[in-house]
Write a protein that binds this ligand. Structure first.
Ligand SMILES: NC(=O)C1=CN([C@@H]2O[C@H](COP(=O)(O)OP(=O)(O)OC[C@H]3O[C@@H](n4cnc5c(N)ncnc54)[C@H](OP(=O)(O)O)[C@@H]3O)[C@@H](O)[C@H]2O)C=CC1
Ligand SMILES: CC(=O)N[C@@H](CCC(=O)OP(=O)(O)O)C(=O)O
Length: 309
């Protein structure tokens, strides 16, 4: 039987990419609202109630409103926004997070898709905490660069149309300067850390791609592990699945540089464990497409689990 899917926000950046990924599938019936009617609340309410699964690609407030509009209908939700990522009634849509997580997603009514930076950070932190290497009170720093599509339609226009009054002319800029980025709570909750991390994101003049760097002092980790042991813990965590790849340390350090766009157009994530043995430091880097495993690719992965595809 074909599942009815409604993407609320289907004309936005994340929504469009989900639609592209679902086009042509015979196991899915895509319900659609014309571009000019995208904010027609009555139409959205009807679609939200009629869908088997609604995928929300909306700002946070609109995502909360969409869930309320469908109340009592039994519709299942995947929310790409930040609104429900630490909500206790929502299952966190990161299938590789822990054993059983894919099953929890498959059986859930409410699934929250992780943020793009958080996907990279949690992919590194959660397995290291679980392995007992990273103490929950470690002073974590997270330094990242994203492609500008991470800022949605508005930032895409600001970066691509230099004639706009609000055009962004910088080729690479730092932001979230107050250290209060909205992904920090979900990184703490699902990464398993108790001390608030210092998160310094930035945006580069490329549309899709992302690097999330978490440098660590190995003498502040439990047992002062070698780089090889840190790699081993991550590789063991991700063994047997095909979306996250943990690159062998020697293969990582053999590279002169890591291209932030290397995962562009894919729904996968790579983790590098880098440094020089004996120096007491390691840099763990997650490389992903902010719109792939960081958003639309993860939403489709969650949908497939939910409808048993
Ligand atoms: N871009 C990315 O890399 C990622 C985005 N996300 C999250 O996904 C969500 C969507 O982001 P993104 O696709 O980038 O955003 P966009 O701004 O590109 O798209 C949002 C879409 O939602 C529509 N919309 C806004 N408000 C309403 C409303 N009240 N009712 C109906 N439709 C509405 C917009 O219409 P209009 O054109 O009229 O504004 C637009 O079509 C956000 O919560 C974002 O934080 C998550 C991970 C990564
Ligand atoms: C470049 C850029 O602006 N990125 C967005 C995050 C994109 C993302 O992960 O989306 P969520 O808003 O759903 O968490 C930001 O920093 O707010």
């Amino acid at each position: 039987m074909s599942a009815s899917i409604f993407i609320d926000g289907e004309h936005g950046t994340t929504g469009l990419q989900i639609r592209e990924r679902l086009a042509g599938r015979s196991d899915i019936t895509l319900m659609s609202i014309p571009m000019e009617e995208r904010r027609n609340e009555a139409l959205r309410e009807q679609m939200l109630k009629d869908a088997d699964v609604a995928i929300l690609c909306l700002p946070d407030d609109a995502a909360r409103q969409a869930v309320a509009l469908a109340a009592g209908s039994g519709t299942r939700f995947i929310d790409a926004s930040t609104a429900h990522r630490t909500h206790p009634d929502w299952v966190f849509g990161f299938a590789e997070l822990a054993p059983g997580q894919a099953g929890r997603i498959a059986g859930a009514q409410f699934v929250s898709n992780p943020g793009c930076y958080s996907t990279g950070a949690i992919a590194i932190l959660a397995p290291l905490v679980k392995a007992g290497l990273l103490p929950a009170d470690y002073p974590v720093t997270i330094n990242a660069v994203s492609g500008y599509s991470g800022g949605g339609k508005q930032m895409i226009a600001q970066m691509e149309d230099q004639t706009r009054d609000d055009a962004i002319t910088a080729n690479h800029f730092a932001y979230a300067l107050t250290l209060a980025h909205k992904h920090v709570p979900e990184i703490m909750t699902h990464g398993g850390i108790e001390r608030r991390p210092i998160f310094t994101p930035s945006v580069g003049r490329f549309d899709q791609g992302m690097l999330v760097n978490i440098p660590l002092f190995t003498d502040l980790l439990r047992g002062t592990p070698a780089i090889a042991a840190i790699h081993e813990a991550l590789a063991a965590h991700y063994e047997g699945q095909d979306i996250v790849e943990v690159v062998a340390p020697a293969d990582g350090t053999a590279k002169a540089r890591i291209d932030a766009e290397e995962m562009r157009g894919t729904d996968r994530l790579k983790i590098y464990v880098l440094g020089t043995e004996g120096m007491g430091q390691v840099n763990v880097i997650a490389s992903l497409d902010n719109l792939g495993k960081g958003a639309s690719g993860a939403a489709v992965q969650n949908l497939n689990l939910m409808i048993g595809a």
